[in-house]
Design a protein around this ligand. Structure first.
Ligand code: NAD
Ligand code: TYD
Length: 337
């Protein structure tokens, strides 16, 4: 199997590449990434000298270059992780979300269609379905009702992917996954932010009342689901992927505080995110039934592994937190972080 992985220097993409090279015999990966603030080749240090992994610095919006690469390399499938991925940033500056997530995906669809590449797997999110009240969960046929500029841009991309299946007969597949956590996650997202702030004795900013609910999945379980969709999924289909670990944010933060041996007084309730989705919950029975996939890592085990990774890899996140990340957050939240 020869894969073109876009966004492979980011959090989930790098975990996916490491997982594929570890578990799929005969696999080869071309990793196409523009190396934005979120892309970090240190994530792939373990395969730096592995001939099965080839890194190409390229923007998915560069249609001609991507098409040339696909014609030359003839990958069996494209797995599109490349995106702007942070909701708070999308509220602050939505344009790049439309450019990368919508136009970038369209450009990639055109390039791979012209090159005759096989499967196009779009890595999407449960956030395209909008928000839920206290009950129920999102199925693949739930209406697309994005609420944040990030979710709107991912929904726009999904609709183009769907249209390319119907119009051009491309073998496109979409995964919509819940909130991931694990090693190499950029410390602007809830779990790595709380872990690293707790380790530094800094404040732990919880938005609003802290009762917003997310369904957490350990990143390797998401990677296994993507592989299952590549191997057993069907053209034109959507697969919801969830961890079955629904938790209010304040519970996630308290779990981290306890595991890290930090002080609960570090928790600070701060101004809520505008338009903050109250609850996400995902029904992944289709993936279980049709792909034979299910998550394997429970939340307490996953948090334990993740905390241990951030403890053992201080240099990785300290470098990030001391640079552009800090400038951005100081602008948004003052010097709390
Ligand atoms: P991330 O922000 O950690 O990584 C994104 C990667 O894409 C980076 O390496 C970045 O350099 C690259 N990139 C950005 N713009 C690019 C461009 N124009 N051309 C080429 N590369 C570009 O994101 P992540 O958390 O790893 O998420 C990966 C994908 O999974 C995204 O599509 C996201 O929407 C989706 N997703 C994420 C989650 C989650 O909880 N993190 C959940 C469900 C779905
Ligand atoms: P995040 O990791 O940004 O993922 P998403 O918004 O895509 O779900 O946030 C997860 C939840 O945690 C979300 O409800 C917002 C909340 N949150 C905080 O309370 N404080 C924070 O500092 C961050 C980054 C997020």
């Amino acid at each position: 199997m020869k894969l073109l992985v876009t966004g492979g220097a980011g959090f989930i993409g790098s975990n996916f590449i490491l997982h594929v090279l570890e578990t799929v015999s005969g696999a080869r990966v071309i990793n196409l990434d523009a190396l934005t603030y979120a892309g970090n080749l240190e994530n792939l240090a373990a395969v730096e000298n592995d001939s099965r992994h080839q890194f190409v610095k390229m923007d998915i919006r560069d249609r001609e270059a991507v098409a040339r690469l696909c014609v030359a390399e003839k990958p069996d499938a494209v797995v599109n992780f490349a995106a702007e991925s942070h909701v708070d940033r999308s509220i602050d500056g939505p344009e790049v979300f439309a450019q990368t997530n919508v136009l970038g995906t369209l450009s990639l669809l055109e390039a791979t269609r012209k090159a005759g590449t096989g499967v196009f797997l779009q890595v999407s999110t449960d956030e395209v379905y909008g928000t839920l009240g206290a009950g129920g969960s999102f199925s693949e046929t739930s209406p697309i009702q994005p609420n944040s500029p990030y979710a709107a841009s991912k929904a726009g991309a999904d609709q183009f992917v769907r249209a390319y299946h119907h119009t051009h007969g491309m073998d496109t597949r979409i995964t919509r996954c819940s909130n991931n956590y694990g090693p190499y996650q950029f410390p602007e997202k809830l779990i790595p932010l709380m872990i690293t702030n707790a380790m530094e004795g800094r404040g732990l900013p919880v938005y609003g009342d802290g009762l917003h609910v997310r369904d957490w999945i350990y990143v390797t379980d998401h990677c296994r689901a993507i592989l299952a969709v590549l191997e057993k999924g069907a053209a034109g289909e959507v697969y919801n992927i969830g961890g079955v670990h629904e938790l209010p944010n304040i519970e996630v933060v308290r779990t981290i505080v306890r595991a890290a041996g930090a002080d609960e007084s570090l928790i600070e309730f701060v101004k809520d995110r505008p338009g903050h989705d109250r609850r996400y919950a995902i029904d992944s029975s289709k993936a279980r039934r049709e792909l034979g996939w299910e998550p394997r890592v429970g939340f307490s085990e996953g948090i334990g592994r993740t905390l241990a990774w951030y403890q053992a890899n201080r240099r990785w996140w300290e470098r990030i937190k001391s640079s552009e990340y800090r400038d951005y957050y100081e602008k948004m939240y003052g010097n709390r972080l």
